[in-house]
Unconditional design. Structure first.
Length: 132
């Protein structure tokens, strides 16, 4: 891979999503690699959605094809609002932010991870908050 023209294609929230995209890109003959995978994986229980994420790096010349592949992946794996069936949803920190910040501080002080098993999403169309 020519390291003079490396660029970030996207950032993923978890290792599973990053590895799925990496495999799809490699199956299409697009060379890529992941950065920040270890840090994001280790800190997810501590920081949840506040972690910086796993970046998928590609050669700049493969950009158009890589975007086509990743858009296809995201269309197939789109989170849908259970209330209005919209795909216009975003991951969010959730309600009770003050409590979550206190919990985060306790986790950092005690070094005991608290892992939330369900991601919280907000529908930008109807305003519903839901867990997946």
């Amino acid at each position: 891979m020519n390291h003079n023209h490396i660029t970030s294609l996207t950032t993923c929230n978890n290792t599973l999503e990053a590895n799925m995209i990496q495999n799809m890109l490699e199956n299409e003959g697009i060379e890529c690699f992941l950065t920040n995978e270890t840090t994001s994986s280790l800190t997810y229980g501590y920081l949840g959605g506040l972690a910086s994420g796993i970046q998928i790096m590609i050669n700049e010349k493969d950009g158009d094809e890589a975007i086509r592949v990743i858009n296809q992946f995201r269309l197939q794996n789109k989170t849908q609002c259970p209330n209005c069936k919209s795909n216009n949803v975003v991951s969010k920190f959730g309600d009770k932010k003050f409590g979550k910040i206190i919990l985060l501080l306790l986790v950092l002080i005690t070094m005991i991870p608290f892992v939330s098993t369900k991601a919280v999403y907000l529908c930008k169309d109807c305003g519903s908050e839901f867990k997946v």
